[in-house]
Write a protein that binds this ligand. Structure first.
Ligand code: PNS
Length: 165
């Protein structure tokens, strides 16, 4: 590979909704790679219906991350196919507590089996976001908890509106 080749990474996830922890991982990944594509899964995973549509989830990220080398797309194919179609060499994911490791290890093996040319790399969550998850945020919001420090303002507002319905 020539030194001029652009290094492109994919940061995939359900992002239902995006949290400040995700934004931290995306922003730090954007400091390492020339270009970052945030891939928003547009397919119900694990039979779970999402709270927000793929377009809503995409919009939240686009408006929260204002970096010239980051773009946000939805996808409903295999992750490795999405990475390849977009010229990405690397899948980057955030790792929080040790509890993430087992799941990510399995996904890593699956994705490598599907396409050995796509590498996976992991960025450790910043300490303040180690226990932050979209699921936790939705649960807090459901019971009237304050999520304003955990997600972008627009997401906090959308969560209270959506959950109140
Ligand atoms: O835990 P998340 O954020 O919902 O992760 C979603 C994703 C796609 C990153 C994870 O499930 C994964 O790595 N899947 C690999 C297998 C695959 O390609 N599934 C299809 C997704 S449309």
């Amino acid at each position: 590979m020539s030194a001029e080749s652009k290094m492109v990474a994919v940061c995939p996830g359900s992002y239902d909704p995006v949290t400040n922890g995700h934004i931290d991982i995306i922003s730090r990944t954007a400091r390492i790679f020339d270009h970052v594509i945030v891939g928003v899964v547009n397919q119900p995973l694990r039979k779970q219906k999402t709270l927000f549509t793929a377009e809503e989830r995409q919009g939240f990220i686009e408006r929260a991350v204002d970096l010239p080398n980051v773009e946000v797309k939805t996808f409903s194919t295999l992750l490795v196919e999405f990475a390849k179609e977009n010229g990405a060499t690397t899948i980057v994911k955030g790792l929080r507590a040790i509890s993430d490791f087992e799941y990510e290890f399995e996904m890593n093996q699956l994705n490598r089996k599907l396409d050995p040319d796509i590498e996976s790399a992991y960025v450790m969550a910043s300490a303040e976001y180690s226990f932050l998850s979209s699921t936790g945020v939705k649960e807090l919001a459901t019971f009237g908890g304050n999520v304003s420090d955990l997600v972008p303002d627009e997401v906090a507002k959308a969560l209270s509106e959506r959950i109140a319905r």
